[in-house]
Structure formats: C-alpha cells, structure tokens
Write a protein that binds this ligand. Structure first.
Ligand code: FNR
Length: 383
C-alpha cells in the first residue's frame, strides 16, 4: 500500500483499481475539457497572504451549512453511479460523511436507493434530483426523500441536455456494463472491484427501478433518464418542484447572476455555483471565477456554495475566502472511494481537513468563520 498524503495519491490508486470505463467516466469533462481543466487550474491563480506571529492555537473548522452543524464546510456532491466505482459505494460514502460530520448528497442516478442509504446511516442526507418531464416520478422521489428524512433536496438545473464526453462513447459506457470482449477485458483486469460487485446485489439504479412502470431492464435506465430530461424546463416549472418539497431547497448549477436571482425568486434556500465539474458547457468559466458576480447579486439573500475543480483544502479555503459559505467535492472523494472504499472517502476528507486547517492558520485565522477575502491576493478577472 503506497503512503497516501494527498488527493493525487488517491487518484493514482483509484486508476489502478477501478475498470477504465468507470475511471474515465469520472475523470473527464465534456468536449475539449477546457472548463474541466480550468476549474482546477484557476484556483492556482489566487494567492494567499501569509501572516506570522498570530495566535494559532485552539483552531476550529466547525460551522453550519443550511443550519446543519458541520465539522468543516465541505459536502460530498451527488455523483451518479457511485455504486459502480465501489460496491455499495453510496452507502460507504454516506457513512464516511456521517462519521466525519459533513453532509452527503445522494444522486438520483445512484446504484443504491434512497432507502438503502437511509437504512445504513443515521445522519440525514441530502437528495439530488434531476428535472425530468415525468411529474409523478418527481413527486414520488420527493415523497421518498421525505419518508427517508432527507434534510434537504438539491435540484440540478444544468442538465436539460447531456454534454458529450468522448471517452464514455468510445468506452461504450453503460451500467451495468454490457459484456462485450472489450468491456470483459477491461473488467477482468480489476479483480478486487469485480469480486466486490459480485458480492452485492445492488447493481441497478435503485431510485428508478421498480418505481417507473415502463422501465424494468436496468441496462435501459440511463437511456430512459436521458430521454426524460426536461428540455423545456423554465423557472415556473422549477417553482412547481419547490412546491413538491417543503424542506430546505438547494438549486445546483448556477453560473450567472441573473439565474441566481431567479433561484431566489422561486424560493431556494441555497444555490450552488457549479458547472457540473466541467461536464456540461465546455468553454464556460470556471466556478471560482463565476462566484464573485453571483455573490454580489444574491449573497445576502441565500447561502451560496461552490463546487467544481476543488482538489485540496487550500482550494476550499480560497473558495470560502472569496465568499462561498460551503464547498462541495465530487471527484476528490470518488478517487478515495474507488481506491479504498469507505476508508478512502474518510482519507480524502482527512486530507482536505488538514490542508484547510493548517493553511487557514498560516493565513492568520483560527476559525473558519473568520475567514475573509483579506487573506487572499486575487488577480484581475476574478471579481
Ligand atoms: C457528477 N455530477 C453530478 N451532479 C448531479 O447533480 N447529479 C449527478 O448524478 C452527477 N453525477 C456526476 C458523476 C460524476 C462521475 C461526476 C464527476 C460528477 C456533478 C457533481 O455533483 C459536481 O458538480 C462535480 O463533481 C464537482 O466537480 P469536481 O469536484 O468533481 O471537480
């Protein structure tokens, strides 16, 4: 077992342990991957101001996200097919988040169902829903989330159409994988992954199978969902979803201040500045560049969170200092999950926590709630 000290170590191990088609599914962006790359590289353009001889004892990264106490303001973002990265992946990620004291958000496109995760955890988790044309299905999802005591719903609004990822098409990605000579060769090289998958029965989309009358073949579920994405979505319809769910609501996938204002108008409690990790509009700004104008427009009306490109505690600190009240990580914890299961997600959280805590102190702040823009040197192009 290599010594793991940074998220990049988890990524290397993940690449060795998980079949190529699932590694590629995670580690890619749409088209030329410009936005995917810049989501991370833009963090490197922001610098910290180092401070010294400041009392750094008794530090704390504790705060709240949507009124929930968290050990640090970092949530696990919804990631479709997490259960194909590691057996029972959603349950394992949720358990790691619960032990660490941070929120876990379950994707609609999960392998394990809402009920599977609820039965294995006690901290309420968040449910992410896509905006589909089928109202009955949407209402059933919200009802199930309520039944499972989910503490928030996250509506993802940036996926009316799917951005194209070349690698997924070339790999013939599907879940469960179709057994062709090419995919068999890919799957057969990863023994521990394969044995794990054989040991679990949860290899179907638990939030969809059995709840939609015309879908009973798991391999057709991705196609079913893609067909149901609501291309005619508008803010009136999003308001309708708001009415279907009476708990805290987060709108995910906001990049423009005008859309942020619309989200406030429909009654969102929080928004996530996100470009879906560079998987949708290639050529869009990185999230960290988009954050400032959104904060200016609605920062005093709702909680503004950020995701996309975060790979370290230093990235988290920069986003918080720019004004985000919470940061969500996607790939950074999936690397850990694919590499080492639940222990890997915990490892990813520990790495990020330590980097956040120490960097915050070296900037002269003892509490995450005291972090502000004064700790940064921000170049032009970030407002
Ligand atoms: C995602 N993301 C995503 N978002 C969502 O709302 N529902 C989903 O089912 C998925 N599925 C998904 C799969 C994979 C493999 C990835 C990498 C991402 C987007 C996710 O919630 C988040 O916005 C990004 O992952 C953030 O970027 P980073 O942290 O991965 O760079």
């Amino acid at each position: 077992m290599p010594v793991i000290t940074e998220i990049e170590d988890l990524k290397r191990l993940y690449k060795r342990r998980v079949p190529k088609m699932f590694y590629d599914y995670c580690e890619s962006g749409s088209w030329s991957e410009q936005t995917f790359r810049e989501n991370s590289s833009d963090f490197d353009e922001i610098y910290f101001r180092q401070r010294v001889a400041v009392d750094m004892a008794n530090r704390s990264t504790k705060t709240t996200m949507l009124g929930e106490e968290v050990s640090m303001p970092v949530a696990l973002a919804p990631v479709g097919m997490t259960g194909m990265q590691h057996w029972d992946g959603e349950i394992k990620a949720a358990k790691a988040a619960e032990k660490f004291g941070v929120p876990y958000c379950l994707s609609t496109m999960s392998i394990c169902s809402i009920e599977d995760v609820a039965a294995n955890t006690s901290r309420p988790f968040w449910l992410q829903v896509y905006t589909l044309t089928d109202d009955d299905y949407m209402q059933r999802l919200f009802d199930r989330a309520k039944e499972a005591k989910c503490s928030a719903a996250v509506i993802t609004v940036d996926l009316q159409l799917l951005g194209q990822r070349h690698k997924d098409l070339k790999n013939g990605l599907s879940a469960p994988p179709k057994l062709t000579p090419k995919t068999l060769a890919d799957l057969a090289t990863r023994w521990s992954w394969g044995l794990g998958m054989l040991s679990t029965k949860r290899r179907q989309f638990g939030n969809i199978v059995g709840h939609v009358a015309d879908v009973d073949d798991p391999s057709s579920l991705m196609a079913w969902t893609a067909e149901k994405f609501d291309q005619s979505l508008d803010w009136d319809r999003i308001r309708k979803f708001r009415d279907m769910w009476n708990g805290p609501l987060i709108i995910k996938g906001i990049m423009d201040p005008r859309d942020a204002q619309e989200a406030v108008n429909v009654g969102a409690d929080a928004i996530i500045v996100s470009n879906h990790g560079g998987r949708q509009l290639d050529g869009a700004l990185s999230s960290i560049r988009a954050l400032g104008p959104v904060l200016e427009a609605v920062g005093d009306k709702v909680e503004v969170h950020l995701d996309s490109g975060v790979r370290s505690g230093q990235d988290v600190l920069k986003a918080l200092a720019m004004g985000a009240q919470g940061v969500h990580i996607g790939r950074a914890y999936i690397y850990g999950l694919g590499a080492m299961g639940q222990a890997g997600v915990t490892k990813a959280l520990e790495i990020i926590h330590k980097e956040l805590d120490v960097s915050m102190a070296l900037c002269g702040r003892r509490r995450v709630t005291d972090v502000d823009r004064d700790i940064l040197l921000v170049p032009e192009g970030f407002s």
